[in-house]
Design a protein around this ligand. Structure first.
Ligand SMILES: Cc1cc2nc3c(=O)[nH]c(=O)nc-3n(C[C@H](O)[C@H](O)[C@H](O)COP(=O)(O)OP(=O)(O)OC[C@H]3O[C@@H](n4cnc5c(N)ncnc54)[C@H](O)[C@@H]3O)c2cc1C
Length: 433
């Protein structure tokens, strides 16, 4: 067996996490290989072009909390390639458009709905014996009260996750679900300028789509072996099996989904295989929609909680950046709540009719073409088994010299910034071990 010092680090997956790891390994002069299953790098952060319309894998907006990283990321493409955008996001419900987040913007809703939301919030706020929070449903009822939970939190999240909020824990939501103060809710109920709440009040977006971010990283990464995927990992000899080749490694930095990497391990302990079988994630079908007109709205994206509408979120790429569609036209993404593979001949006209009813397009005929797309693992389901299963697998991987990172490698709710930061940290660990 080659000594560890003569073996390369292997980076599995060339999404943002793997690319970022490779950039850092290269900067440190660490010999490594990058293996990617698809024909291009970028993972979820890619942009497809079709006759002048540019589509990401649904809205991908960059929030960089770390000031130094922000400066660095902007410099990769040059500041002119980036747009810094004030979020304009809305909720479409009860036939009206209200601002996001719903919980702090009930002004404009039918009066009985707004009353139920505010009264429920006040009751929950002053509840002398607040309910214990075990599930996400408990979290909603405790922090928002009955009205907001019933009108938005529960139906919207059920559409997004594909499971009822009582089936998931609240472990994921601290960073992603804004908790308004009583004052925010009251201001929002009377339309007295509530503050812009939430982590994404401003965001960065490349003029030509989020794929530019991955492209910039790929240009700085080591060479990427595309359309290759390991068929097994022999962790005892520290070798990958790659199309018959046995490729030695010193360490692996993997951003493959945690269940996938666990199943690649030769003779993995039974508890690791069992834990991999318990991991749950929801898949997502969405539409790329090209309009032959502009959109009728100026917002960036909208949340649609009603179970009667077959999608839970819709966004307008060309409102992020005019370069995302030909002049005078628009491109949209529509995230479907149904989990079964949709029949394009049925779903496209149905969605178009709802887009008309919601005032987003003027007529069905505005849709020039629409493509059905699928993301196999979109959201990790934070059920009761989640935490222990992830810990079991990652502890074993660690012993086997495998650092499992990224949204699906860590099996968590993570952002693009997390992927970049975690990739870099894993490269540091690999180079120091
Ligand atoms: C619908 C949706 C919307 C999102 N919106 C935002 C947003 O607005 N802002 C934000 O910051 N984040 C957003 N995210 C999260 C963001 O996309 C991810 O955090 C980030 O792109 C994850 O990067 P990654 O490298 O960890 O994973 P991935 O991008 O999934 O990369 C993993 C790579 O591994 C490759 N791979 C898989 N299996 C194998 C194999 N067997 N062998 C070799 N290679 C393999 C894949 O092809 C892929 O290239 C969103 C995610 C989703 C699903």
């Amino acid at each position: 067996m080659k000594p560890a010092t003569e073996r390369p680090v292997v980076v599995l997956g060339a999404g943002l996490a793997g690319l970022s790891a490779s950039v850092e390994l290269r900067r440190r002069g660490v010999p490594h290989r990058v293996i990617e299953r698809e024909g291009r790098a970028g993972g979820l952060a890619v942009t497809e072009e079709e006759v002048g319309y540019r589509f990401d894998k649904t809205g991908h907006l960059l929030h960089l909390r770390d000031a130094a990283l922000r400066e660095e990321v902007l410099s990769w493409l040059g500041p002119a390639a980036w747009l810094e955008i004030d979020r304009k996001s809305v909720v479409l419900s009860h036939g009206v458009t209200t601002k996001y987040p719903f919980q702090a913007n009930t002004f404009g809703l039918p009066r009985d709905v707004a009353y139920a939301c505010v009264a429920g919030f006040v009751r929950a706020h002053f509840d002398a014996a607040p309910r214990e929070v075990r599930t996400f449903e408990d979290f909603c009822l405790r922090h928002f009260g009955e009205g907001i939970s019933r009108e938005f939190m529960i139906p919207y999240n059920e559409k997004l996750w594909g499971v009822h909020p009582r089936e998931i824990t609240a472990r994921w939501c601290d960073r992603f679900v804004p908790l308004p103060s009583l004052d925010d809710v009251l201001r929002g109920a009377f339309g007295v300028d509530p503050p812009a709440l939430g982590y994404n009040a401003k965001f960065l977006y490349p003029r030509l789509g989020i794929g530019e971010l991955a492209r910039a990283l790929a240009e700085r990464a080591g060479s990427i072996e595309l359309t290759r995927a390991p068929s097994a990992i022999d962790w005892r000899t520290r070798e990958l099996v790659l199309e018959g080749e046995r490729a030695p490694y010193s360490r692996i930095v993997s951003s493959l989904p945690l269940d996938v990497i666990a199943r690649l391990l030769v003779d993995a302990p039974g508890e690791v295989v069992a834990a991999a079988g318990r991991l749950r994630a929801t898949h997502l079908h969405y539409l790329d929609v090209a309009l032959n007109t502009p959109a009728e709205v100026d917002w960036h994206w909208a949340y649609v909680p009603s179970p009667a509408v077959p999608f839970y979120r819709v966004g307008v790429y060309s409102n992020f950046s005019t370069a995302m569609a030909p002049p005078g036209k628009a491109g949209l993404y529509v995230e479907l709540s149904g989990r079964d593979a949709p029949d394009p001949a049925r779903v496209v006209p149905e969605v178009a009719d709802h887009l008309v009813q919601l005032g987003i397009i003027r007529a069905r005929e505005a849709v020039r073409f629409a493509r059905v797309r699928r993301i196999d693992r979109a959201y990790v389901v934070f059920d009761e088994a989640h935490e222990a299963s992830v810990a079991t697998i990652r502890a074993f991987l660690d012993e086997a010299g495998i650092d499992s990172i990224g949204r699906y490698g860590a099996w968590t709710y993570a952002s693009m910034e997390d992927a970049i930061v975690n990739g870099r940290a894993a490269a540091r660990r690999a180079s120091e071990s």
